[in-house]
Design a protein around this ligand. Structure first.
Ligand code: DOR
Ligand code: ZN
Length: 354
């Protein structure tokens, strides 16, 4: 198969940031993706419906004139979140989901949840109105090894929370372990799981063996090879519970290449070429569209995009810039360590690189 046409994909987990960074990275997602779930971990975070409306307006303002892209907004759940503010924002169509960060789990998560009992009224209201909860599934207990934090979160937090709030729709985001895959696969129709591009490509040797590679550092941190293989099986299975959430998370090189570097891989520009490579390796190109374009809309009750995206295999490797320049400094693009051969076109609009 050298050409593949699929409905335009969506990104069910994306960091766009704000200001100069937003203006620089937004066109990179809008080029291929029709919609994206926009993460609310700004400083300060997007907490109320009013915050989400203002952030949405800034995103729309930053879109290139010819872009065809819809941001799907989220609220950042805190222990002070008002259930009625969430309900009003969801019912009016302003937000698509609410994001749960355990406090301290990752970038800008200080306002996240410490005591899960305190957010129960919000979760119950969300279950009533069908508003999904997107979950960063890692415990922050310093006693728990960072490589085990996802598996422990399932037992300590996620399963008890789902049992206590029947009907709550939950997306376990950026799953990174075979335990995460098994939990999502065994769930009912209220549970979905997103998988990033980079977790399909990297294991912890790529991050740590032969030198530390800050551009491969993300959270949840990449795991052993057996987990990467489990993620590949899930993503390429066609199974409806698994869908793409890139977690494309730009930080400037100065912040990544530091004694205490930020977590995040910037994959928005080349994710579709990377995924075509991965799915081709797995002999599953025919299931790429389930993962990128069909399973997510089905979970969220949204239509599949009408526009199309075509992936064409070329003979010569494509050339990507090493980084994206921004007013804040360069942001290194995710480099997988192998050549890419899949060129992407949206409808009749040629998309970079030529
Ligand atoms: O790698 C990550 N980067 N993981 C997260 O959970 C947050 C994100 C960010 O905002 O930079
Ligand atoms: Zn994220």
């Amino acid at each position: 198969m050298t050409t593949l046409t699929i409905p335009r994909p969506d990104d069910w987990h994306l960091h766009l940031r704000d200001g100069a960074m937003l203006r620089a990275v937004l066109p990179e997602s809008a080029r291929h993706f029709a919609r994206a779930i926009i993460m609310p971990n700004l400083v300060p975070p997007v907490v109320t419906g009013a915050d989400a409306a203002a952030y949405r307006a800034r995103i729309i303002e930053a879109l290139p004139a010819d872009a065809r892209f819809t941001p799907l907004m989220t609220l950042y759940l805190t222990e002070e979140t008002d259930p009625e503010d969430v309900a009003a924002a969801h019912t009016s169509g302003l937000i698509t989901a609410v994001k749960l960060y355990p406090a301290g789990a990752t970038t800008n998560s200080a306002s996240g949840v410490r005591d899960f009992e305190r957010v129960r009224p919000v979760l119950e209201r969300m279950a009533e109105i069908g508003c999904p909860l997107c979950v960063h599934g890692e415990v922050t207990d310093p006693e728990v090894d960072i490589f085990d934090r996802e598996a422990v979160f399932i037992d300590r937090v996620l399963e008890p929370m789902r049992r206590a709030t029947p009907g709550l729709r939950v997306v376990m985001e950026h799953i990174t372990t075979s335990e995460g895959v098994a939990y999502v696969a065994a769930g009912n129709e209220t549970l979905g799981g997103t998988i990033t591009t980079h977790h399909l490509i990297l294991n912890r040797n790529h991050l740590l063996a032969g030198g530390i590679r800050p551009h491969y550092y993300c959270l949840p941190v990449v795991k052993r090879e057996k987990h990467r293989l489990a993620l590949r099986r899930a993503a390429t299975s066609g199974e409806g519970r698994f869908f793409l959430g890139t977690d494309s998370a730009p930080h400037t090189d100065a912040l990544k290449e530091s004694a205490c570097g930020c977590a995040g891989c910037f994959t928005a520009p080349n994710t579709m070429a990377l995924l075509a490579h991965v799915f081709e390796e797995e002999g599953a190109l025919d299931r790429l569209e389930a993962f990128t374009s069909r399973n997510g809309p089905a979970f969220y009750g949204l239509p599949v995009n009408e526009q199309q995206l075509t992936l064409s295999k070329t003979d010569r490797p494509l050339h990507w810039p090493k980084d994206l320049p921004t007013e804040d400094g360069p942001v290194t693009l995710f480099a997988p360590g192998f050549d890419l051969y899949w060129q992407i076109t949206v409808d009749d609009h040629p998309a970079r690189p030529a």
